[in-house]
Ligand binder design. Structure first.
Ligand code: BES
Ligand code: ZN
Length: 460
């Protein structure tokens, strides 16, 4: 037993109770009815940071949701770690598929079940408790800053502006983020890449109002039929995205790096079994991990129009819509991609309908080096705790603000995630194993220790 595991053992239940307090706040950023909950979650974080031993913590107002900032500066000559996390969560629907209520956390089979249990309340809380541990045991080896936002799940619009306005306040030597995953429970891993994202909404309009499908059927173009056809044309038979110019800026990954990435353990059978599919799908010439790690993708997130209620209603709908997200790789620009999509999609529209494309939000992709002090520190911390060396891998997910941190603050992020694919983030029955929560709290203080060591090596 070390001072780390001793402290965790002595405070286990309280850590969990405090995390549950945060989870119980339904801070869904995409739904305006939850505005008051965003503030409650920010207040909760402020108190958490202060109670853990910060010198100060403040809530910063933005045009959107508040940002929580806190710090403990022990010596300005020492390096500074900036912790980033988000207190906002995704909507809970389809709510009827949850086995327990999404905002009443419950422990079953050693896992916390709740919206935000992993993404990102459970994961970010690891940092609050690791910070507390270091302060209370007198082992904090450097300065710490916290920056916790409430708009990650909707594109981090306010944080982008706030970072640009607060560069001095955010001065730091590394940003640490736990909002990604590991390859598997027994395969610790460090995320070295994130995909960018570009989100759009499309609307296809036909007649001025819904029409009787008997009186007009066969004589007037149906916007739902047309939207389906347009969407179907966005991929070719090899799984390639057909938006003109889509691949122009894709950073191709060389054979050597592909070989390196292929070393990360992966079982196609288990993958298929875990989501109950018979066959995988994707761009010809790439493996499943390459398809999510180093290649872009286009997916419809939702599609609606016409009558979807009980029984039948024989109409030709006046309109049809869809939400589409494009996952991007380094070098692809999300604004340019949204523009390419817009002109391509508009060009697909037949004369019978009008098409409107509205870009929503997005962010650039990210790759992190593995020869940096922070990677070495994370590598040592994870190896020591797991007894196994971590595997670097590129994740298919996106955290739009990470590339902004690099551009605006000039600071790299280390993506030390503790989530598992089975955590069902964004899905019903999201969960987070207690063991990952506590193990995270064990790893983070070691990361700080090794980061300060690696950092001073680099300076001397
Ligand atoms: N925590 C996720 C991102 C993530 C999950 C990265 C697992 C890697 C592995 C984050 O909260 C998220 O869901 N981001 C959104 C961003 C989008 C809404 C702009 C995403 O990836 O869909
Ligand atoms: Zn998320």
């Amino acid at each position: 037993m070390s001072y780390i595991t001793d402290y965790i053992e002595g405070n286990k239940q309280r850590f969990l109770d405090e995390l549950f307090g945060l989870i119980k706040i339904p801070s869904i950023s995409s739904q305006t009815e939850h505005k008051p909950d965003m503030r409650k979650a920010a207040e909760y974080w402020k108190k958490t940071i202060l109670d853990a031993g910060a010198d100060k913590a403040e809530i910063f107002e933005t045009k959107g949701n508040p940002i929580v900032y806190g710090e403990k500066i022990i010596d300005s000559a020492l390096p500074t770690v900036l912790v980033y996390g988000h207190y906002d969560v995704m909507p809970v629907d389809p709510v009827e598929q949850w086995l327990s209520s999404p905002f009443e956390p419950e422990v079953r089979d050693g896992k916390i079940y709740a919206r935000g249990a992993d993404d990102d309340k459970g994961q970010s809380f690891i940092h609050a408790k690791a910070f507390e541990l270091m302060v209370k045991t007198g082992t904090l080896p450097c300065n710490v800053k916290f920056m916790i936002e409430g708009e990650e799940e909707i594109g981090s619009g306010s944080l982008k502006i706030w970072c640009a306005d607060n560069k001095d306040l955010l001065k730091s030597d590394v940003i640490i983020v736990s909002d990604t995953g590991m390859i598997a429970e027994n395969i610790p891993s460090i995320t070295t890449g994130l995909r960018g994202i570009s989100c759009v909404e499309v609307e296809v309009s036909g007649p001025s109002h819904d029409l009787h499908s008997g009186l007009y059927g066969g004589a007037v173009a149906n916007p739902v039929n047309i939207l389906c056809k347009m969407i179907a044309s966005l991929h070719d038979e090899n799984g390639k995205v057909k938006v003109k110019g889509f691949y122009d800026d894709v950073a191709e990954v060389g054979d050597d790096e592909r070989r390196e990435l292929a070393k990360a353990p992966f079982s196609l059978d288990e993958y298929k079994k875990s989501i109950n599919i018979n066959e995988v799908w994707g761009e010809t010439g790439y493996t499943t991990t390459e398809r999510t790690g180093i290649r872009p993708a286009l997916d419809v997130n939702g599609i609606w129009g016409g009558y979807t209620g009980e029984g039948s209603k024989t109409i030709i709908p006046a309109k049809a819509s869809a939400k589409i997200s494009m996952r991007l790789v380094p070098n692809q620009d999300y604004v340019k991609i949204a523009e390419l999509f817009q002109s391509h999609f508009e060009s697909l529209a037949p004369a019978h309908v009008t098409v409107k494309v509205t870009p929503l939000h997005g962010g650039q992709g990210y790759v992190s080096p593995i020869d940096s002090p922070e990677y070495q520190a994370a590598y040592k911390a994870v190896s020591e705790t797991f007894g196994v060396a971590p595997v670097p891998f590129r994740s298919g997910g996106s955290i739009p603000i990470i590339s902004t941190f690099e551009q605006i603050l000039g600071v790299k992020s280390i993506l030390l995630g503790f989530g598992l694919e089975s955590d069902a983030i964004h899905s019903p029955n999201e969960n987070f194993p207690l063991s990952n929560f506590y193990r995270g709290i064990e790893i983070v203080p070691l990361f700080y220790k090794y980061f300060v060591e690696e950092y001073s090596k680099k300076q001397s």
